[in-house]
Design a protein around this ligand. Sequence first.
Ligand code: RAM
Length: 929
Amino acid sequence: MKRNFFFVLVLSVLAYFFAFSFINKNIQAPHSLTLSEGFNNPIGFYDSSPTFSWKLPVSENIKSQSAYRIVVATSEDLLPNHADLWDSKKQNSSQSTFVKYQGKALESRQKVYWQVRFWNQDENASDWSETNVFELGLLNNADWNAQWAGLDTAKDSIKGVRNFLMHRPQYLRKDFELTSDVASARLYITAKGVFDVYLNGKDVSDDVMTPGWTPYNHRIETLTYDVSEFLTSGKNALAVELASGWHSGRISRRTALYDNFESPKILCQLEIIMKDGSKQTIISDESWKGTTNGPIRLAGIYDGEVYDANFEMPNWNAVAFDYSNWEFVEVEALAKNVKLAPKRHYTVKNQIVLNDVEIVSVKENTAVFNMKQNIVGVPKIKVPMKKGDTLKIRFSEMLLNDGTFYTINYRSAHSTDYYIAAKDGVVEYVPKFTFHGFQFIELNGYDKNAKPDVSWVQGIAQHSNFQINGTFTSSHDKLNQLQSNITWGLRDNFFDIPTDCPQRDERLGWTGDAQVIAPTAMFNYDTHAFWMAWLQSLRENQSEHSDGMVPFIVPDVLQNKKGSPGWGDAVVIIPWSIYNSTGDKSVLEENYKAAKKWIGYYKSKIEDKALIPKMASFGDWLQPFPSKKGKSGNSGDTSKELIITAYFAHSSHLISKMAGVLGYNEDVKEFYNLYKSISKVFESTFFDNNGKVKNGKETQTSYLLAIYFDLLKPENKLKAKKHLLEEIKNTDYHLGTGFLGTPILPKVLDNMGEIDLMYKILFKETYPSWFYSINQGATTMWERWNSFSISGGYNAQSMNSLNHYAYGAIGQWMYERIAGLAPLEPGYKKIRIAPLPNTEFLTSASATVNTPYGKASSSWTIENGTFYLKAIIPPNTSAQISIPYGNEAGLHVNGTVYKEFSDVQHSNTDKTSITILVEPGTYNIQTKI
Ligand code: RAM
């Protein structure tokens, strides 16, 4: 009896636990928590009102989110139940990206912990996520006690290329004592110039060319490093190398008028918390000392670096070093009107080391090496030398076919590094305060007795430290090479800011180039933060102009007070593109006013003709076969007035859409009406009743703009489409477009159903076409369709960068329509899988994108008359899949006949395609073609 009772007791306890554990069984926790534009547990964070994002796990029982709860606290121990900063409470919402923090105000230096959980479609709660943490940087100028400090290098009056003032790099140092052990320490630091910082002889970070480039007269970005491990009780040494960079280099001074500009300076504040709780702060001030007698003798972005090993100062940055004979620095107070703000995107870093090198030629102590890829960065040299000799390191993007080491397209950029040896033997050298755009390296001055070897050089590719976000691949080698050229072009030109080119005496943030490439960039790399940061610089430069003008380049070192259509519109088009790829409304909120101001600029330029502004224009830049010769041909044949009016209308239209998203209903109407009124004027001025261009030359781009921007009455638009096809036929199905026309050509032809035609143009091998440059050996995108040819060398017209990304804008269409993966709603909340195979050229194509909800992909193959499509749809989204063949009977989804498959909603079916609506999951679709 007793025994029985015991048995029953055990059973019921077990049953209780079983039931209890079943009831409490939460679904898996969310993962990949990020802050604002994708930051992962950042320190020195820039934003005290961040947004929170997370991803739902991929699992059978998780389709969508019905609610979430975020908890935020000052200490990890308070989570999840005692959140003292913010508890969002359970919010019935499917939003899992960019949820705004709405808790207590956060301050500089504050460390903030957060967690999130969600409820799925069946109201089942998830486990809490792991705790994430972020720490704010110094958000206000008042947080700084430090002063700008540095040597007066301007007084040396060293003149470089074009007689510009150069500054000798500085070696700065401050010693200090700590009386107890360190619990934690933060180094806040920046420079007017570029710097590398050491503590006790150790390099604090692997960042390159920090702090990067902003409009320094408005804002200088600051870096935060956790240096707790670098310090010891007792003696410590803080040491900084400092060079001109963008701030004090000739890149920022376009005319010799600005010759007497400021010497570089640093600003740093080392805040230390001791184990005993006391605090100590080391700041840049007049107690620092410095010298210019170090090994880096000169360094400039355009012109290269001079390194003299005879000036090396062993251990100059370590504790045991006597620097008593160095000079005291000069100091300068912080300016009230220049904001010091934590860097809001990723620093540049060394990203890839290219080892697969080939020796091209060796003649008279000169060897030429081929990196086989046009890159941006620096060489790593390991070369035998003789004491006192100078190694001269030159760079080139492409050699002439007679072997000539060509550098003329760098224009005035000297782009040469020098290393002076202090002893016999193998020297190792990586330039620090410059970067080059190159595929070939020439070495001259190495040990004459040595035989050049491929191990002598490596190429270090550098770019802003964003992650790969997408992949595209296909069955066609040249299309894959094009994808490679596009992605290299992006990496090479995303060097802290988006640049036009990375090698010649330019390397500037051209707004038009950036505008056309932004969507393609977002597919390939996680450049959300990168764009947001640069847009801030753009607004700062715009603020200098009461008429709303957006300069040609940002940071605006041209200062020519002119705006161009298609360039200034970056302030409207880029935010709209970024919103579409991310779903982050902050990009619209931050830029909305500035975008409206740009419309004000158009308005202010209207003179005698109603709604047709009179302003500068680059036209359809670098259109092939322009009718004008020489430089004036660069802006192409499309009427500038037409382009100006078209962009004026288009940007007004986009602003009305932005206003819709932001809930500014008055503006929706106002800007829509403005767009409509401009369209009317546009149509009557530039098009006749047959939809044909008038008052200007007929070009592909004039039709493309009118059609894509929707500026014609429907019946006229139809007619214009026919004229566009005529124009394309006239060029024997080649491109007739420049920077502005090219990105929209695929969109227009796609929309017209002219898919085969688009394929035909894309797969053309002859000039002007995308594959032409590949046939001439391109490994990046070129500035002109024919910047170079194997037989003729560089185009006889000047201005031939072999690393200009604008024509890479085709990448968007490759993802969206060749592979078939696109956002249907902003941020991929709804996904469109809609590939357009063309069997003449391809048997397969595939794309993946790391969407804000997780990995999505679309890949198709055609084999033995069957079309196979695999689509991956991440949780908390839905998708519309369009199968480009209308054969309903033969269609199978995950092995089941389509009509019987229960997880799809049977949607549109026309003769040529079948569209189905699906929830998250993996779909294997097949049909006979
Ligand atoms: C060139 C730049 C850039 C272009 C402008 C108009 O100098 O390289 O690509 O946007 O001109």
